[in-house]
Design a protein around this ligand. Structure first.
Ligand code: ADP
Ligand code: MG
Length: 467
């Protein structure tokens, strides 16, 4: 049967989608077009040189694995990069993708990591070499955890930080930090004989279940007992999984007694880890528990600058500050936005400036500060109803005026931080009870689906997506 590039690529995409985040998938894989499949070469078209470089740097293993799975190991991948004059380049770049290589002198054991196709292509320690201390920005938010991690990395199993438990909300840098510890040990020549293993609790659980099903519990356990530095990410995932916890308890005790280092992360402090056995929790307290906090403004700036510098991209200072101001939830989100922004600039072939940042952010984060002020709300509402701003502030009680005024007050309450009193003041010196009444009336318009509801929704949209 003749293979065609579209169906093969679709299958590759399905596999890739299962293995990366949705935003990264949309940003980096959705824009790719497959163009040819012949002579053991799959050619894909990418929108720019930058795209090609980014894919190569960050997703080469994933692409290789997907192609191995769909076509086999003797197939190559070529990129065709759309060049600036709008024509397609007819000479695709040929790329040599790395092949799986075993490090010499490695112990032979059946690793549970070999149960799943994708794992075979990662290094044995399962570490991502991009996560280092070097690029882990220090701030008040992470000082203790970072320095404890660094100490552990110098003397794994020997400091009193054993186990080391790092906790914090999503996207605050837990995985990065614990992987940095692993990489630091791995890159230390004196410690190069250590067997470091990073594993997420979810993967650990799945491997355990697989071993249970296939009668290979002994092998599973033997594998884990050989580890010198065990990094178990997101232990909250073990909640309620009693059999898995029991196995981990056993492995934990054994490793700890033999002076092996254990590092864990969790999304909450150990005392709040519901569904974990008390005897396991009490073990966690033997070492050090350190938390990661939300980064402050300066740390966010430093993180963005660092990231840009690493990717060799120039971003004006006002854009960096805008991003750091707008996105204060977590670092992962900050990075996600940054990546979309770079991709967007490269797609539309435009410099990354404040305008582009503002426009792009609207699609990425909800309710981005569109600088909504009472004045702009009054302008928008007046314009929508063909009135003037003074009409909204006037004393007149004509029905159309009252409705428009109420809608404007309602949005002033929704979208600004002004008090009821201050809102009343901005509408011709009205009382705060008038504002309460306005808010209630507009709520009624919305819940009772009156004729005015489309107007309210249209205004809301204009306010949210204001240029
Ligand atoms: P968590 O595991 O807590 O959900 P991650 O470790 O995956 O968070 O971090 C999310 C992203 O933010 C990663 O890309 C990581 O590199 C980055 N990051 C987190 N903390 C820092 C930091 N202090 N300096 C630089 N990058 C960071
Ligand atoms: Mg994580």
């Amino acid at each position: 049967m003749q293979l065609d590039c579209h169906s093969v690529w679709l299958k590759c995409l399905a596999f890739i989608k299962d293995n990366i985040g949705e935003q990264s998938f949309e940003t980096w894989f959705a824009p790719i077009k497959p163009t040819r499949l012949e002579n053991h070469v799959l050619t894909i078209q990418v929108p720019s040189q930058f795209f090609y470089e980014y894919l190569e740097e960050h997703y080469v293993f994933l692409l290789r694995t997907a192609i191995d799975k769909e076509l086999g190991k003797n197939w190559k991948l070529e990129y065709s990069v759309v060049v600036d004059n709008g024509n397609q380049s007819n000479q695709p770049y040929t790329v040599n993708m790395p092949n799986k290589s075993k490090r010499a002198g490695q112990k032979e054991y059946t690793s549970p990591f070999q149960l799943k196709a994708i794992d075979e292509n990662f290094q044995e320690s399962n570490l991502n070499s991009q996560y280092t201390f070097e690029n882990y920005i220090e701030g008040d938010c992470n000082r203790l955890a970072r320095s404890a991690g660094f100490a552990v990395a110098q003397k794994p199993g020997i400091t009193s930080f054993n186990p080391l438990m790092v906790y914090g909300g999503v996207g605050l840098g837990k995985t990065h930090l614990v992987q940095a510890i692993g990489n630091e040990i791995k890159n230390n020549l004196e410690l190069s004989n250590k067997f470091i293993l990073y594993v997420s609790s979810e993967k650990f659980t799945n491997q355990f279940i697989e071993a249970l099903k296939t009668n290979r519990l002994q092998e599973f356990q033997n594998f884990y007992l050989q580890v010198d530095v065990l990094i178990l990410d997101d232990v909250q995932f073990l909640a309620g999984k009693e059999k898995t916890q029991e196995m981990f308890f056993h492995i934990f005790n054994h490793l700890h007694q033999s002076g092996k280092q254990i590092i864990m992360t969790s999304d909450c402090p150990p005392r709040d880890l519901m569904g974990l056995q008390e005897r396991l929790l009490s073990r966690f307290k033997w070492g050090l528990t350190a938390d990661l906090q939300q980064p402050d403004f300066e740390t966010r700036i430093a993180i963005i600058e660092r990231k840009m510098q690493a990717d060799g991209i120039n971003v004006p200072q006002n854009v960096i500050e805008y991003l750091a101001h707008t996105i204060d939830t977590n670092i992962r989100e900050l990075e996600g936005v940054l990546i979309s922004l770079i991709a967007q600039a490269s797609l539309v072939r435009q410099d990354l400036d404040l305008n582009l940042a503002k426009r792009t952010l609207k699609h990425v984060v909800n309710n981005v500060d569109a600088d909504v002020s009472i004045e702009s709300i009054q302008n928008t509402v007046a314009e929508h109803f063909n009135l003037t701003v003074s009409d909204l502030k006037a004393k007149s009680r004509k029905k159309e005026l009252v409705t428009a005024r109420q809608i404007a007050m309602y949005f002033a309450k929704e979208f600004t931080e002004h008090s009821l009193k201050s809102i009343g003041y901005h509408f011709g010196g009205r009382d705060h009870s008038t504002v309460i009444h306005a808010v209630q009336s507009v709520n009624d318009i919305i819940t009772e689906n009156t004729d005015l509801k489309p107007d309210v929704l249209a205004i809301e949209k204009k306010l949210k997506f204001k240029e």
